[in-house]
Ligand binder design. Sequence first.
Ligand code: ZN
Ligand code: ZN
Length: 350
Amino acid sequence: MPYVVRNRLLFGDIKAAAEVLQKGSAEVTHVLSLLSSASISFFSGWRPDISIPTQNIKEVYAGADGSWRKSLTPGKLLYSLEHAGPELKLVRMGVPLRDTEDEDLLDYLDVCLDFIDQGRKEGSVLVHCFAGVSRSAAVITAYLMKTEQKSLEDALESLREVCDVVSPNDGFLDQLSLFEEMGFKVDTESPIYKRFRLKVLGHSYKQGEKLDSSVFGADPGLPADSIPSEGIKGDQHTAYRCKKCRRVVALQENVVSHVPGEGETCFDWQKRKNNNRTNRFQDQDCSSLFVEPLKWMTSVEEGAMEGKLSCIHCVSRLGYFNWSGIQCSCGSWITPAFQIHKSKIDISRV
Ligand SMILES: [Zn+2]
Ligand SMILES: [Zn+2]
C-alpha cells in the first residue's frame, strides 16, 4: 500500500508501484520511478511475471540543454517519460538513480520536483523507489522542503510521521542540506554547487572515468559567443588575465571560493568537519585563486593526477592542478584543485 504524504502525493516501494502500473489506479495518474535503471524492464527483471505496457514519450539526456555546469556526464540519461499501464493511462517518469552515498541526487532534483508538481496538478503522483526508504524519501523530502519552506530536519520529520522507516542515505542527506543552504533550489552558480560539482568530478576521476573537455568550463579567453548564455552578470565582470600576455584565463564566475583556513572546505560526502580548525593563517590573504577546470587547461585533459597549468597563449606557468587536492596558503585544502597563483595574473574588468 502506498502511503499518503500529502493530498495527491503518495509514496511507496516497488511493490506498490508494480501494483499501480499493472492494474491501474482510481487515484494515481503519475508515477515517478527512482530505480537504478529508468527502463520499465526493471520491473520484469525484479518479477518475471510482471508485464507493463508502455509507450515512449521522450528521453532526455544530460547536457542536452548545453548546461555543462551540471555535474552529470553529458550524454547520461536524465529521465525517460512514457505512457504506462492499462490503456496507457498513467504517465511514468523513470529516473536512473542508485541508492549509494556518492550518487548525484542534486542534478536530478529539478526534473523530479517539476514532475511531482505537474502530476499533482493533473491528478495524483506516486513517488517510489525499490524499498521506499532512501531514494524516494530523499526526493519527497526535497519536495516538502521546497513547497513548504521547511528545513531538512522538519521535512524529514514530517515525512516520518507518515512512514517511520524513511531514511535517505548519508550522501543524500548531505546533498539535501546543500539544497537547503542554496535556498531550496539547485543553483549551479552558487559556490556551494560549484564545490559540489568539483567533488563529483573528482569522484568520477578516481573511478577511472575519462574526463574530456565537455565537462570543463568555456574558455573565457575566447570570443564571448562561446561562453554559455547564462553568461556574466552583476558583480561578475571581474576577469583574471595572464600577467605576461594579458590573455583572460578566468572570470569571477569560474572561481570556486573557499573560506580561508577552514581545512577541507570542498563539499564532503561525509559530515563536514568542524573540529581542530587552524586559525594560524586566517589573517593572510590567500596567495592563490581556485577555479573550475576550464577548456584551456589541456594538461588536465591528458589525464594525469596532477600537473602544471600553463597559459595557453604564452605558455608561462600559472599554477598547478591536482585531483587529490592542494593546500592554499591560508591552510584550506581544496579538493580537487585547479590553482592559479595570484602573482601570475592581473585583475581587470571585462
Ligand atoms: Zn585560501
Ligand atoms: Zn600568457
